[in-house]
Design a protein around this ligand. Structure first.
Ligand code: AMP
Ligand code: MG
Length: 488
């Protein structure tokens, strides 16, 4: 198969990676192929679904002009610096310029050991591969910046986890795989020329406008900060908990990356944590903006020494910039929340109204997704579904009457109002209990049908379908708390 790969990262950034071949696997077969993404990338889908595609997306047979590399990076993991991480279970095989002229990385995840694998096997298990496919695709459909899944390939091999699991390989597509941790790797070694080369490359690739700015690296920093503020505001307005916001899992492009321990909230509880290893709730839902800012401070630390001026002055400029993170975040968040409530214009009291609703939701165990979704039904005259989300709905009446006055000032037609809200408040999210059902069927019963059905459901998250009712419902309140695990 011919894919017109290019290799700007490999060609321009020698010393930032190691060349490495994928490990072969037994009898690969395509479990799921993302045809619309393949088309976006300009791939000819016909050849991809069969053995030839399986051979390519498992790493068994690389296309002629592939150039597999494992990128090096460092990272703050739960606040502690690890000077050397890197692609331990992934290989960038090349870049493709898509139909819109955007350069995208094509990476195999779970393709075997690399020089950065440390004690790991470099492989991925089927469950986490399908999980990443499902959740990243849902995020894309929500309009949230994310890496995407191009293909999931099953094999007849096994990987040793807490027990043996079927091995799989995921093909991941991203705007790039440059992370905050990529900068930290060279900064920690005092290799400032390398930091500068990486920054120049990232600017060229992601923020070309910055090149002409007077204060290039500060402007680069600002651009990354804005992207992250927007991304985290998007997560917050959909109830997404990333779960492992280490600096090696924060991209420069502003895409969500690393779907290991992430999950969506059912009931609105700001302190929600799913990850089994997040004992202190560092990456809890409500902490995400703060952690985003903390991670950006690590990027700032790597960039400041690029300036030859008096460091104190440069530090102050970066600190002043970092201080604006909250303003950006709040602005994006408010924009998202206004849209969720059906507001078109801005009014002084909007923030209070939003916060009052969130407070009621928290106090009364309301389901995050359905509360917002059912607001449109209230607008159309039915309060039942909305109020049904609250364990005690008495206090919601006063809030609803204020909201109804507010929303009708912007859009007098209830029907149009409801349409606007339904277009931003999904009815279907990848509910944890439904993900588990789908993965259990795939992994333990060799049955991919529930995964495929769920993928189809979350791929159209905004249009309500009676037949998909089971995917809209939260789990029973008696269910045990949901726990997620790192690693694939
Ligand atoms: P993550 O928790 O996915 O952000 O990964 C943290 C680090 O561990 C990265 O450097 C990964 O490449 C590495 N890693 C995770 N799982 C494996 C594995 N199965 N084999 C080798 N390295 C791994
Ligand atoms: Mg990672």
């Amino acid at each position: 198969m011919t894919i017109s790969f290019s290799h700007t990262f490999a060609n321009e950034l020698e010393g930032f990676y190691q060349s490495c071949s994928p490990e072969k696997c037994t009898s690969p077969r395509i479990l799921q192929l993302n045809a619309s993404l393949a088309e976006e990338l300009g791939f000819d889908c016909r050849g991809l679904k069969d053995e030839q595609g399986a051979a390519v997306f498992s790493g068994n047979t690389l296309p002629d002009n592939a150039n597999p590399i494992a990128q090096v990076y460092a990272g703050h993991q739960f606040g502690m610096f690890t000077p050397q991480l890197g692609d331990g279970r992934a290989l960038l095989i090349g870049e493709v310029v898509d139909g819109k002229g955007e350069r995208r990385d094509i990476q195999l995840k779970g393709s075997g050991r690399t020089p950065f694998s440390r004690g790991g096997d470099g492989k991925a298990a089927l469950g986490p591969v399908l999980r990443e496919y499902l959740v990243s695709e849902a995020m894309h459909r929500f309009g949230i910046a994310t890496t995407r899944a191009l293909a999931a390939v099953g094999t007849e091999d096994w990987v040793a986890r807490e027990e043996l699991k079927p091995r799989a390989v995921l093909t991941r597509v991203s705007a790039s795989h440059i992370r905050v941790g990529s900068f930290e790797f060279f900064a920690a070694r005092g290799e400032w020329d390398q930091v500068r080369r990486l920054a120049d490359y990232a600017i060229d690739r992601h923020f070309p406008d910055v090149k002409d700015m007077k204060d290039v690296y500060l402007d680069f920093f600002k651009s990354v900060m804005r992207k992250q503020a927007k991304l985290i505001a998007d997560w917050m307005s959909i109830g997404f908990v990333h779960g492992v916001m280490n600096t090696d899992n924060m991209t420069i492009s502003g895409e969500t990356i690393d779907y290991g321990p992430c999950a969506f909230m059912d009931r609105y509880v700001p302190s929600t944590v799913f990850s089994s290893i997040d004992d202190h709730g560092r990456y809890a839902y409500e902490n995400q903006p703060k952690i985003g800012q903390w991670n950006l401070a690590q990027l700032a630390k790597a960039l400041i020494p690029l300036y030859e001026e008096e460091q104190e002055l440069v530090i102050q400029r970066f600190v002043d910039e970092l201080d604006t993170f909250n303003d950006y975040y709040e602005t994006f968040w408010l924009e998202n929340m206004r849209a969720k409530l059906g507001f078109i214009n801005k009014e002084e009291g909007d923030r209070d109204l939003i916060n009052q609703l969130l407070k009621l939701m928290h106090e009364c165990d309301a389901d995050f997704t359905l509360t917002f979704r059912y607001l449109s039904k209230v607008r159309l005259g039915s309060e039942l579904e909305f109020k049904g989300q609250f364990s005690n709905s008495i206090n919601t009446s006063e809030w609803l009457s204020q909201w109804l006055q507010r929303v009708s000032r912007d859009e007098p037609s209830p029907e149009r109002s409801a349409l606007i809200m339904d277009a931003v408040n999904p009815i279907y999210i990848p509910r944890n209990h439904k993900i588990e059902e789908a993965l259990d069927a795939a992994v333990n019963h060799n049955d991919l049908e529930p995964f495929r059905v769920m993928l189809a459901v979350v791929s159209e998250p905004y249009s309500e379908r009676m037949s998909d009712d089971e995917f809209a419902k939260p789990p029973l309140t008696t269910s045990a708390p949901y726990v997620t695990f790192c690693g694939t």
